[in-house]
Ligand binder design. Structure first.
Ligand SMILES: [Cu+2]
Length: 183
């Protein structure tokens, strides 16, 4: 009987045999390299690379944080942009950044080369603070009930979009804030 190729035919070849020596070698190399990279992230780069942002956080009542943010905006507001207050805090000072579905408030105007302490929290659900502003490239979770504290020193002037990178609802893709750096 002539053999025909069909879906039910037994496959040809030796695919069901064990791994060859060289294949086993590569599997183990991959496993070992994965463990090595994990250990580098956890122990090596924080010590010698200074690549980790010094981030800390503390608990806060969301209502308290919202009123602190409102007071901060009233004190340092210099204008408005698309309905969002623009705030110019003093160099070296604190910056309250209030996340809510689906906006960041306020728009912050900073001076190049000055250091600011950002206090970031959410008044409703979990958001993500994602900012690329040289020399910083930051990705931080923003949770209601917690303040994330970050020190930032912008090195370049310009406008830097602040993106929410944690899905927070239907308007998530519209949740873009702004940081302006001037001379
Ligand atoms: Cu979001």
């Amino acid at each position: 009987m002539a053999s025909r190729v069909s879906a039910l035919a037994k496959p040809r070849g030796v695919w069901w045999e064990g791994l060859g020596r060289d294949e086993r070698l590569w599997v183990w190399l991959t496993v070992i390299w994965g463990i090595a990279m994990f250990l580098m992230i956890a122990f090596v780069w924080p010590l010698i690379g200074e690549e980790q942002n010094r981030l800390h956080s503390y608990r806060v009542d969301p209502v308290t944080f919202a009123s602190q943010a409102e007071a901060f905006i009233q004190q340092y507001q210099i204008g408005q942009r698309d309905g969002v207050p623009v705030v110019a805090p003093p160099p070296g000072g604190d910056v309250y950044l209030d996340a809510r579905a689906f906006a960041w408030q306020p728009v912050v105007q900073l001076k190049r080369g000055e250091t600011y302490r950002f206090l970031i929290s959410s008044r409703d659900v979990q958001h993500g603070f994602s900012l690329v502003m040289p020399p910083h490239s930051i990705n931080v979770q923003v949770l209601p009930g917690y303040v994330a504290v970050l020190e930032l020193t912008p090195e370049e002037t310009g406008e830097f979009p602040l993106i929410c990178n944690e899905y927070c609802g239907l308007g998530h893709h519209l949740m873009i804030g702004r940081i302006i750096v001037t001379e």
